[in-house]
Design a protein around this ligand. Structure first.
Ligand SMILES: Cc1ncc(COP(=O)(O)O)c(C=O)c1O
Length: 371
């Protein structure tokens, strides 16, 4: 039984639609990896992945062994790439759960090779190249050292090579082009030593723009959830925002002009006012930075948050909403009547990105799925 009205509704049809949009862009001979780290950017990794697989996605991307194991335990058979950094303790899980780790240093290559040798097995890896992100990957110099050692690393199989674009969402493509050039050059070098089944560098923004002639896999994250990366890219795509986040009015109260609302009295009513209290707060992932700043929808009308966002509640001024009633739906992200608040708009109030808004919706908020 669910007693609270705060919930996130995820439309899986939108997920499939967004995947399809990207498939149309990259063409049928190239494949997509569904990036479902951080519990599918807050949407729920497993239902999202199942929807994406139905639409033809062939890889899953995660950021930790824990996330990969969660997929395996749910019966996901897809190849899973651990794209992020990892620690020695995770190595046994790679063979046990058939996880493909990223390989980004010689030290880690030796670690993997030694473990695989002990087990009389081979670990498949995707080699990560540093091309301008400054995060994880072999530099040019490290790569040539790695080549020298490759002959002795018999229990590692390099099944793929990848890198990460830092600026694919920008209007100017100079830096991305530079990264692509570096990537291509290094991939060509690598091809002299080993066959490469999978070559990939693009994230969502890159998926819509990168046609580098060598990539055959595209790592689709935020845009799969229908979140735009930037106006100029996403305008071309007709994305559908998959998440709706809503709650309901729990209490309605009249206050006289000048009445203080919320912790530390940061708001006083400007006139006799109707103030509604809703049961969602920063423990649900609704940022406290939206105190006296955020906007929600009630009866299709934009209404402001007044006072501080509390842990479990906040107050809104509904004085101007005709016929406002107890238990009325309150839309935090989504459409109501003719009005719409997107995660991207909410992110702009917070001076952050839509990624953070959706990832932050906490586990306390139940997710419901529309097939
Ligand atoms: C290595 C890697 N690839 C792909 C992605 C997906 O990026 P996006 O959500 O912008 O598509 C991420 C996300 O941060 C990532 O870290």
């Amino acid at each position: 039984m669910q007693y609270r009205k705060t919930q996130a509704i995820i439309n899986l049809d939108s997920i499939r639609h967004n995947v399809k949009q990207h498939q149309n862009v990259i063409g049928s001979n190239k494949k997509l990896m569904a990036v479902v780290k951080a519990n599918g950017y807050g949407h729920g990794a497993i239902p999202i992945l199942r929807a994406a697989v139905k639409q033809g996605v062939t890889w899953a991307g995660v950021s930790s062994a824990e996330e990969a194991i969660q997929l395996r335990k749910a019966g996901i058979k897809l190849p899973v790439l651990l794209m992020g950094g990892w620690y020695p303790e995770a190595v046994p899980t790679f063979l046990e759960h058939n996880i493909t780790p990223s390989l980004y240093s010689l030290q880690q290559a030796e670690l993997l090779n030694n473990y695989a040798l002990q087990q009389d097995e081979t670990i498949e890896v995707h080699l990560k190249l540093e091309t301008g992100m400054g995060r994880l990957g072999f530099s040019e110099h490290q790569l040539s050292n790695f080549f020298k050692k490759l002959g002795s690393l018999n229990n590692i199989k390099i099944a793929g090579v990848f890198s990460h674009l830092s600026s694919a969402d920008e209007q100017t493509t100079d830096f991305t082009n530079k990264q692509l050039e570096t990537f291509k050059k290094r991939v060509e070098q690598l091809k002299q030593f080993t066959d490469l089944k999978w070559i990939h560098i693009a994230n969502s923004a890159g998926t819509s723009t990168v046609n580098d002639g060598i990539s055959n896999l595209y790592r689709l994250g935020i845009s799969m959830y229908g979140q735009p990366t930037s106006d100029h890219i996403s305008r071309k795509l007709n994305l559908k925002e998959a998440i709706t986040w809503k709650t309901a009015i729990a209490h309605l109260q009249q206050y006289p002009k000048g009445y203080p609302i919320g912790y530390n009295r940061t708001f006083h009513t400007k006139k006799d006012s109707t103030i509604a209290t809703v049961c969602v707060g920063y423990a649900d992932g609704y940022s406290r930075l939206l105190s006296n700043k955020g906007v929600v929808l009630v009866r299709g009308q934009r209404v402001p948050i007044v006072g501080r966002v509390c842990m479990d509640m906040f107050m809104i001024d509904v004085t101007e909403v005709e016929n406002v009633s107890l238990y009325d739906e309150v839309m935090l992200i989504g459409k109501q009547g003719k009005e719409y608040i997107s995660a991207t708009e909410m992110a702009s109030w917070l001076h952050t990105i839509n990624y953070e808004v959706v990832c932050n919706i906490s586990s306390r908020v139940p997710r419901h799925y529309q097939p």
